[in-house]
Design a protein around this ligand. Structure first.
Ligand SMILES: Nc1ncnc2c1ncn2[C@@H]1O[C@H](COP(=O)(O)OP(=O)(O)OP(=O)(O)O)[C@@H](O)[C@H]1O
Ligand SMILES: [Mg+2]
Length: 444
């Protein structure tokens, strides 16, 4: 049925036992081939097995798998295009799935799959992976449910793959024995080495970071991460009490699909804190304004909004900016120019001397701002290759960082600048302070 010439590492992958099996590393090692063949082998071997082979997007799925599976399974399994499914004569199903947008993953809610294979797993966000693991269950006695992952370093899922399979840093009820990693190298793939020896040269000629990730399969290079300076232990802090004289600013990124509003305070020595966030979906302007004002327990110096919100709607003749104003929330427009905002943000995130021999960034984020903390490390470089800009997709992860970028633009105009390196004394966490956040009247 298949012209099988299995490479030793592929064999290791086929034989691996565990709840989560990852075959990852360098480009061209034969990972996708192995994932596809493993899916077919499982469906052939176990009757009534339900296997889902996933890529992040439908075109990737077609290009990397459907077009190979169609000839491979011709006369063996029946393909239903409308369902993206192969039906095997023994009752097994091989479904080709995808979840391009973050929420697409919910189409699988309530489903049970004996096997889920995430091909190019680092293209999936941690939330998508976590949700999909809830669909990987089985009541069969002859088969234990399992997930397979194939991937290269880099992309939005780099960190969760690295944590689980490389760093082996387990949290909650994750069990180390459930996670198996098989490293892939292009040198393992003799078919490719024989038929296309020039491919190695292509990988060798990549820029240093990309070469380390793509040829050596080095997970310490986060290829493509826009905020490569991001370190949770440095940039995230427990909330502290705000002093009433600290100026507080708001910045808003608004689209019908998602509102992100951030509140930032700046202390007397120039340290900045993202103290609060509001990130909600499908919320109209008046309701967004109401929720923002309700959460603002301190006076606000300015609320920065991107200038494109000034554009008037052809239907209402009003801009979103005006609509916010009508709802009592008056904004200050800031530039949509991306690069100045990002570069200012990088300045604020850059760790400087904290006066105690350590280093701390000038801007830190309260641990309660979960959405911003989730999205910041996932932002990638723009696909255009412009190293000064971040990618605009996956769209879901851009809203909260975009709001922070508007804050930076607003601060540039307001003259709120990162101070030169100076003594940064560690503030005391809020639980240890008797003082509560003092709210006083004024403009909200
Ligand atoms: N055992 C095999 N027998 C025949 N051809 C193979 C085998 N393993 C891999 N190949 C071929 O080698 C090439 C590279 O394999 P594959 O696409 O699976 O690599 P990969 O590790 O997924 O690459 P990438 O990192 O770019 O996703 C493909 O043309 C594939 O069909
Ligand atoms: Mg591949």
């Amino acid at each position: 049925m298949i012209n099988v010439r299995i490479q030793p590492k592929q064999m290791e992958f086929f034989k691996a036992r565990g709840r989560h099996i990852c075959y990852g590393g360098a480009r061209g090692g034969g990972k996708s081939w192995a994932a596809r063949v493993k899916a077919v082998m499982l469906c052939s071997r176990f009757p009534y097995l339900k296997v889902m082979l996933m890529r992040r997007t439908l075109p990737e799925l077609r290009e990397n798998h459907t077009r190979f599976l169609l000839p491979m399974l011709q006369g063996v399994a029946k393909y239903k295009e409308t369902e993206n499914c192969f039906y095997f004569p023994n009752g097994s199903i091989l479904k080709l799935g995808y979840c391009a947008a973050e929420k697409d993953v919910y189409q699988y809610q309530g489903q049970e799959w004996d096997v889920i294979i995430l091909e190019e797993a680092t293209h999936f966000t941690e939330e998508q992976m976590t949700f999909l693991t809830t669909c990987n269950r089985s009541v069969r006695t002859d088969f234990s449910p399992r997930m397979y992952y194939t991937c290269n370093p880099g992309n939005v899922g780099h960190q969760w793959v690295k944590r689980l399979f490389i760093d082996r840093d387990y949290r909650g009820d994750e069990k180390p024995e459930d996670y198996v990693f098989i490293s892939a190298s292009v040198y393992d793939n003799d078919v490719l080495m024989k038929n296309d020896p020039g491919y190695i040269r292509t990988l060798m000629n990549l820029p240093e970071d990309q070469r380390r990730a793509m040829l050596d399969g080095d997970w310490d290079v986060f290829e493509g991460q826009y905020f490569s300076e991001w370190r949770r232990d440095l940039h995230v802090m427990e909330p502290i009490a705000l002093q009433p004289w600290w100026p507080v600013y708001r910045a808003i990124d608004y689209g019908l699909d998602r509102l992100a509003c951030l509140w930032c305070a700046v202390d007397e020595v120039g340290r900045a804190y993202v103290i609060r966030e509001l990130c909600v979906s499908d919320t109209i302007v008046s309701e967004s304004a109401r929720q923002i004002l309700e959460l603002s327990s301190e006076p606000v110096v300015a609320t920065f909004m991107p200038a494109d919100l000034l554009g008037k709607s052809s239907q209402t003749g009003k801009s979103i900016y005006q609509a916010f104003g009508d709802a009592g929330l008056h904004g200050t427009p800031v530039s949509n120019g991306r690069v100045a905002g990002w570069s200012n943000l990088k300045e604020w995130l850059h760790p400087v001397d904290d006066g105690t021999g350590g280093k701390l960034p000038r801007l830190r984020i309260f641990s309660t701002c979960k959405e911003l903390i989730r999205c910041m490390p996932q932002l990638q470089y723009a696909k255009t290759g412009d190293l000064s800009d971040a990618a605009k997709d996956p769209h879901d992860i851009t809203h909260a960082p975009d709001a922070l970028r508007y804050m930076m633009d607003g601060w540039l105009k307001a003259g709120v600048q990162p101070k030169p390196e100076r003594h940064h004394r560690q503030p005391v966490p809020i639980q240890r302070q008797a003082a509560s956040i003092i709210a006083f009247g004024g403009r909200r």
